[in-house]
Design a binder for this molecule. Structure first.
Ligand SMILES: Nc1nc2c(c(=O)[nH]1)N[C@H]1C(S)=C(S)[C@@H](COP(=O)(O)O)O[C@H]1N2
Ligand SMILES: [Mo]
Length: 248
């Protein structure tokens, strides 16, 4: 079952209804519903953002991990890097960082990696369990020396969604530093296929499929999302009104 924040808040409202007698007391009600207390309570009890996503056993891996959205960026730039087996591809890390990086695939392969078998849930109503291998995002952002003012990471992708606007996504620092947030270069023990996002994609396991940006070209640290794309933090957020935080 997919529980999102809205469901959790509905559940919370139901629970609070049971407190009616207590809430009749004016001071108690004020304290309970003050923005600050509600926020603290919600964060502690409902939005345990640092909890781990469920990991599965190897025998639970789906026989096929279908592709969705762009299955091949097919732009001249992408074709050029694909032709060299991504030897000429570089991941740029820039924006609000003290030390911008330009990382080759070979460099990423040489860094300590993490493997995780997780379930991908797409809003269109399908799921697949896959084994991802990649580099945790945290040490990369530490190497780039993230500025204190940086609040989000924007993931710029190679695919043009029409009219020259590229797919992009963004996450906050809670997800950026989560141990299961990785830049994945392999799926089910094979190099990432073009359909699944070669040469590199984001895995941010506590969120829905559209946050899992494929065809990564650049990670930009920003203090605001308003100047990026349509300003809502992601391609589908801008064009279809999808929630920016797509908690599972
Ligand atoms: N660059 C890029 N990333 C993307 C998409 C896309 O079209 N372009 N589609 C998203 C959606 S909606 C889903 S469900 C997943 C699908 O990943 P898959 O193709 O490996 O199944 O990628 C996400 N990341
Ligand atoms: Mo999706």
């Amino acid at each position: 079952m997919i529980l999102n924040r809205r469901h959790l808040l509905l559940g919370a409202t139901a629970t609070l209804a049971g407190c009616d007698r207590l809430a009749g007391n004016e001071r108690f009600r004020e304290a309970l519903f003050s923005a600050e207390n509600f926020h603290k309570w919600a964060q502690r009890t409902l939005m345990t953002r640092d909890a781990m996503a469920r990991e599965f056993r190897p025998d639970q891996i789906s026989p096929r991990f279908r592709a969705n959205g762009t299955a091949n960026p097919n732009t001249p730039e992408y074709k050029a890097i694909w032709r060299t087996g991504f030897a000429d591809w570089r991941l740029r890390v820039d924006g609000r960082v003290a030390r911008p990086l330009s990382l080759s695939l070979a460099h990423l392969h040489a860094l300590p990696h993490r493997e995780q078998i997780t379930r991908h849930d797409c809003v269109e109503g399908w799921s697949a369990i896959g084994k991802w291998r990649g580099v945790p995002l945290r040490p990369i952002m530490e190497a780039a020396r993230l500025n204190d003012r940086a609040r989000y990471l924007v993931f710029h992708c190679a695919d043009d969604m029409g009219g020259g606007s590229a797919y992009y996504e963004s996450i906050d620092m809670v997800d950026a530093f989560h141990p299961q947030t990785i830049l994945a270069y392999a799926l089910n023990d094979r190099p990432l296929s073009v359909a699944n996002g070669a040469p590199l994609r984001l895995r941010v396991e506590r969120q829905l499929g559209y946050k899992q940006a494929k065809y990564l070209m650049r990670i930009e640290a920003v203090d605001s999302l308003s100047a990026i794309g349509g300003g809502k933090g992601g391609f589908w957020e801008d064009h279809a009104g999808y929630d920016w935080y797509a908690g599972i």
